[in-house]
Design a protein around this ligand. Sequence first.
Ligand code: ADP
Ligand code: 5GP
Length: 190
Amino acid sequence: MSEKGLLIVLSAPSGCGKSTVVHALMQRRQNVSFSVSATTRAPREGEVDGRDYFFVTRERFDEMAAAGEFLEYAVYVSNCYGTPRGAVEKQLAAGRDVILDIDVQGAFQVRSAMPDAVLVFLLPPSYEELEKRLVLRGKDAPEVIAKRLEAARAECARAPEYDFRIVNDDVERAVTELESVIDGVKNERQ
Ligand code: ADP
Ligand code: 5GP
């Protein structure tokens, strides 16, 4: 039987570059799966159902939550987000590392449910840079960006509670640091 994979929780304020870093990590490593969350948020331009998120109605989300289908779930800036439990457990059992791109509330739910999970917080180089990235991404209305920036301050305040912190100044450098964290934890647990 193969060894169980590592569960990696990656949190960061929206716009910090989580998706970019996760994408780059998966280009480098074949053994990492991305956990596709369910959300009630509307798809952004270019997002694909089943790849970026499972886009569901609020009714469907509530049904899934009631049926215990989520490993964790939370409300973030007026929308619901949840991690489907089955897919994560299956990938870990198959020996694959699984990365969850989830918010702070979800991260601590995962730590309680699965204490072996490694919690990594991706920090922006500064709030000014974070605002620039949100504007540059060009996918959210100005009032949504303002709300996300407000949420960012509260989120970054919880970074010290994570197992590791990585500053996303340069994508390739941040991914290398994330790889070192993954390898370091695996070596330690051998
Ligand atoms: P998140 O998934 O955290 O919401 P994204 O990955 O969508 O963030 O990144 C937000 C924007 O910032 C995108 O336009 C992305 O290209 C840009 N970005 C990500 N990482 C960096 C970086 N290290 N330096 C400069 N821009 C970045
Ligand atoms: P976005 O709308 O920008 O894609 O995501 C907003 C926030 O929700 C981000 O912080 C992202 O990490 C978080 N998020 C995405 N999926 C989940 C999930 O399944 N559970 C939780 N708790 N947060 C999630």
